[in-house]
Design a binder for this molecule. Structure first.
Ligand code: IPM
Ligand code: MG
Length: 358
């Protein structure tokens, strides 16, 4: 059956890393005779510059039609002073919301060969394998009312942190089920010592735990989790958190593994259609220099094949190829300990070669 894949490179290194992933995808389509069609469109600041909108109508409608979306990254200093309505980041949030991509899976695992690249000691991070399940379409990032009031003395600004019961249940379900498929441990993270919304979150997750007797549930306060992630990250298996806390904690978790340039993510709706993006951003400081590590994007392609495109075996092939790539000593600048590193555009070629030689 024909599947539609939409590629949205976006801004900065988003362009370079999606070019690499697309190269791998095109090779896989050819090699395994996959019935996929691939379309690419502008989004973010790049779309704003051309069309005056970071998410033109046709992009949103193509995204709704797509079976899977490969998303690079958006944003950059050039667009930092725009109103929220037309900011590149708004395109990403609107896509998540409009497509109902409430479940964001952010795996953080260490390739032991890269332990030198981690800021933490080897014994703390060796064999690290965590999954952060972040709620992605609710909470303070979307809560209404929100705004900046500039005609009062003093002026003020406000946002609303809000979750309804259903939103908490559906993300907790994904987290409990993920824990069942992994090591059976789930840590729910919030600030129940301060926030009503967190107290409510904790009570619902606790109530649900009786349906998952095989999962060991714990609760942690978000500030403590930030500390625990650098003190003793291997205590975690699956972490579930709201949009805001999940955003912050997933950056910490990613860094533990040596480079945020290694880690993919999947944002899924209830039927497992989804958008797949690296955890890193647009990295304006290295954009256009052919220095970015495209492995997070290539690994996101693997997640797309696994979750949305029904191609688990091919997904395994990509994962194995990335593993081998690291094992044989290939490095990009972010994970290299010397001056010997590959450029972005060399990586896809090596990955393709590894898959071909298998
Ligand atoms: C992420 C990013 C986004 C977010 C930004 C770019 C809006 O930080 O995907 O983690 O805050 O969700
Ligand atoms: Mg983030």
């Amino acid at each position: 059956m024909n599947k539609n894949i939409l590629v949205l490179p976006g801004d900065g290194i988003g362009q370079e890393v999606t070019a690499s992933a697309t190269k791998v995808l095109e090779f896989l389509i050819e090699k395994y005779s996959l019935d996929f069609s691939v379309t690419s469109m502008d989004v973010g600041g790049t779309a704003y510059d051309q069309y005056g909108s970071p998410l033109p109508e046709e992009v949103l409608s193509s995204a709704k039609e797509a079976d899977a979306i490969l998303f690079g990254a958006v944003g950059g200093p050039k667009w930092d002073n725009l109103d929220w309505d037309v900011r590149p980041e708004n395109a990403l949030l609107t896509l998540r919301k409009e497509l109902n991509l409430f479940a964001n899976l952010r795996p953080a695992f260490l390739f032991n060969e890269l332990s030198e690249a981690s800021p933490l000691k080897k014994e703390i991070i060796e064999n690290l394998d965590i999954l952060i399940v972040r709620e992605l379409t609710g909470g303070i990032y979307f809560g209404e009312p929100r705004g900046i009031v500039e005609d009062k003395e003093p002026n003020y600004a406000f946002n609303t942190m809000i979750y309804n019961e259903e939103e908490i249940r559906r993300i907790a379900k994904v987290a409990f089920e993920s824990a069942q498929k992994r090591n059976g441990k789930l840590c729910s993270v919030e600030k129940a010592n301060v926030l009503e919304v967190s107290k409510f979150w904790r009570s619902i997750v606790t109530e649900m735990s009786s349906d998952y007797p095989d999962v060991e549930l714990s609760h942690q306060l978000a500030d403590n989790t930030a500390m625990q992630l650098v003190l003793n990250p291997k205590q975690f298996d699956v972490i579930v958190a709201s949009n805001l806390f999940g955003d912050i904690l997933s950056d910490i978790a990613a860094t533990l593994t040596g480079s945020i340039g290694m880690l993919p993510s999947a944002s899924l709706d209830s039927s497992f259609k989804g958008m797949f993006e690296p955890c890193h951003g647009s990295a304006p400081d290295i954009a256009g220099k052919n220095l970015a590590n495209p492995l997070a994007m290539i690994s996101s392609l693997s997640m797309a094949l696994r979750y949305s495109l029904n191609q688990e075996k091919i997904s395994d092939k990509i994962d194995e190829a990335i593993k081998k790539f690291i094992q044989v000593g290939h490095r990009t600048i972010d994970i290299s300990t010397d001056d010997n590193y590959l450029m972005t555009s060399d990586v896809a070629e090596k990955i393709i070669k590894i898959i071909n030689n298998d």
